[in-house]
Each structure stands twice: as structure tokens, then as C-alpha cells.
Ligand binder design. Sequence first.
Ligand SMILES: Nc1nc2c(ncn2[C@@H]2O[C@H](COP(=O)(O)OP(=O)(O)OP(=O)(O)O)[C@@H](O)[C@H]2O)c(=O)[nH]1
Length: 410
Amino acid sequence: MEFVLIAIAILLVALVAGVGLLVGRGRRTTRLDDDAASGTTLTRPRPPAAPPTVEQPPPAGATASGRGLAPAEPDAVTPEAPPEVELPPAVPEPDLVFETPPPSAGRLVRLRSRLARSQSSLGRGLLTVLARERLTEDDWEEVEETLLAADVGVAATTQIVDRLRTQAMVLATASPADLRALLVRELTAVLGPDLDRTLGTDRRDGRPGVVLVVGVNGAGKTTTVGKIARVLVGDGRSVVLGAADTFRAAAADQLETWGERVGVLTVRGREGADPASVAFEAVRTGVEAEVDTVVVDTAGRLHTKSGLMDELGKIKRVVEKQSPVTETLLVLDATTGQNGIVQARVFTAAVDVTGVVLTKLDGTARGGIVVSVQRELGIPVKLIGLGEGADDLAPFEPEVFAEGLVGGAD
Ligand SMILES: Nc1nc2c(ncn2[C@@H]2O[C@H](COP(=O)(O)OP(=O)(O)OP(=O)(O)O)[C@@H](O)[C@H]2O)c(=O)[nH]1
């Protein structure tokens, strides 16, 4: 009997210890303050190997303790700063180590094999036809159809076919390598090699660059914001994230997790809070902490154009009281093809979009969508998503992309 009692006691102790461990691992952010007025909450990841302390710094100072954040001066606290709250003593989490993402340079070279679907239908299709000894009208039609099927668009297809036709003599005697090089050159030409694809993320007039990210739900917006944070951290930037998609608490949780992995602060709101106030708070935090860039995720669940215009317009106006918006990125799902372009128009009408992020290019055979998106919207594609992995987002480079479409370079 004694034996049984001892066994039960051991089991109970093990159970309590196990639950404690799980909860401890899950709580990776420290709640710093609660702003009842705006409904926003500021969270920050714990520093990786912080020694246990009993006395905590005040919230504004602690705000700057995330990775790459410059320490904020005590007088940087604005009068409307939320009231300080007593913080629980920090518990060391020895297994919490910030990840170091790779820099953005060279990412597309690493990821271009992910364009395999487009490659087999577009690149290889074209190479097969062009390698034929004498090209007939039927062959040229096949070239045209292949380009159109890959969503290259009518105007760019005509341009490519016309240019290839004028080089028919060259094609007849070209080696497979020459043929490949020629095709890469022609595809690069329609991808707008001269467009400015610089991301507006730099500080301006002593204030952080602000990146607004807009797009319909499911396009990969929140994921993209998280990936952008990693791109910036990988390039040595300090970042604050704003979870202004307040429709769905899970979206803010998702963003917070992305931020925590790389030691980046996330400012979030309660479910249903005013997105503009969350965006404002995020940018104010970035200004106080003197970070390089604040990236703000917005909601895409607005069904009417006027609702969207009102909300995005308000977010921009409110944010710009703190710091100018330096980049507005529209996230589009490449697998939705032309439908995506129709959705995109609603956003470009609502807000001044300065760059497009095309996600899920790994999941489509229609890689030519990059060409039509740029031509139809008149906005450069600046980043592309090539997978669900954390670092599967790359700056868009026309020539490397064209090589990925044609294949044979790896
Ligand atoms: N294959 C692939 N999947 C991606 C890519 N980018 C995002 N996804 C996936 O797309 C799905 C939707 O992404 P979210 O970031 O939640 O989409 P969202 O637009 O923010 O949606 P809300 O959070 O509801 O606003 C997720 O499963 C992502 O992993 C990509 O480049 N390739």
C-alpha cells in the first residue's frame, strides 16, 4: 500500500513538472503594457540568455531591448505613453536562441529550382519547339500558346514571338546552350530589367522607414510580413512589426511568432481593435526605439472598395503622423492568375502601391504571371515567395528568374 502511495506521489510530481515546462516554453513573450485606450499590447521576445532579474527596467526602456534595437533614452517616452505596469520577474529560457536568417543577396539563385513547375511547362516547352530544325507556322503558334498558358500576357507574348522570329536564322544553327541563352535574354527583356526594385525600408529624416503590407486574405500576407522581417534582420536591420490585422487573433499570434524567432518586437491589438491605432502604436514604438524599419500587416478581409479605401487611407494618415510610409507592398497569390490582378486593382485604387510581392510561385506552372502583373498594374514585382519555408522569400531579379524559368542552369 505504501508502495502504491509513493508511486502516485511520484506520478503527480512528474505531471505538474511536465505541464509547467510546456507552459514555460510557450510563453516566449513578455507582456509589457496594456493600453486600454487603443487596445494595443506591446510584446517583446525575451533576450536569449538573460540572467534572472528581479528588478525590471521600465517598459519604454525594455522596448529597445530586442535584437538590433538601439537603447531608447528615458526621455523618449512621449506624454501619451501607456502607463507603466509591474512586470513579472523574467524567467531565463536557456533554449530560446534567436535565429540568424541569411542575407537577401543570392536568395533567388538558391531558390530558383523551386520554379520547376513553370520550368517544365514554359521553359522546356519553348526549348523543345525552338530546337526543331525548321520552324513552321504551327511551331510559332505553339510557342505563342505556351507563353500565353504561362500567363505571360498577350503584349509580352507578341513581343517575344516577334523578336524570336527575327532570329529564326540564328535559331536554325544554334546549339542547345545558345538557344537557352537566347531564351533567357528574351524572357529577361519582358520582365522589366530596368525597373527600380529597391525596397523603401531605410530611415528617412531621422525616422524609421515604414512598410505597409496590403492584400487579400490567404494571399500569404502575414507569412510574407514575417519573412520580410527575416530578410531585413538577415541584412542587419533592426525591425518592429505591427499586427494591424485585428480581425483574426491568430494572425497576430502568427506574426508574433515570426518576430520572436528573430528577436523582433511585435505590437499587436486586441481582436477587433482599430487597425489604425495598432499601426500608429507600432510606428511610435519604432520611432522611440530608433529602429530602421517598421513593417505593418493589414487586414484584407474587406469586401467593399470604399471600406478598404477608408481603412487603408486612415492607417496611412495616422501612421504618417509619426513617420512617412516609405513602401506599400501588395501581396498577390501567383496561383490565382488573372483573378489576382483583378483583386489587385481594388488595392491599387485604394492606396498608392509601390511594389508587388508575388507569393506561391513554387506552386504554379504560370510563372509568366510576373510579366502580366507588372505590365497590367504598372508596378514592379519586388519580392517573390517560393515556398513555405521561413527564408523562401527573395528579392526579384529578372535575369535569375528567367534562368529559373528556362532551367538547365543549376
Ligand atoms: N507554397 C507556398 N506557400 C506560401 C507562400 N507564401 C505563403 N504561403 C502559404 O499560404 C498560406 C496563407 O498564408 P497567410 O500568411 O496566413 O495568408 P494571409 O494572406 O496573411 O491570410 P490572413 O492571415 O488570414 O490575413 C500559408 O499556409 C502559407 O504558408 C509561398 O511562397 N509558397
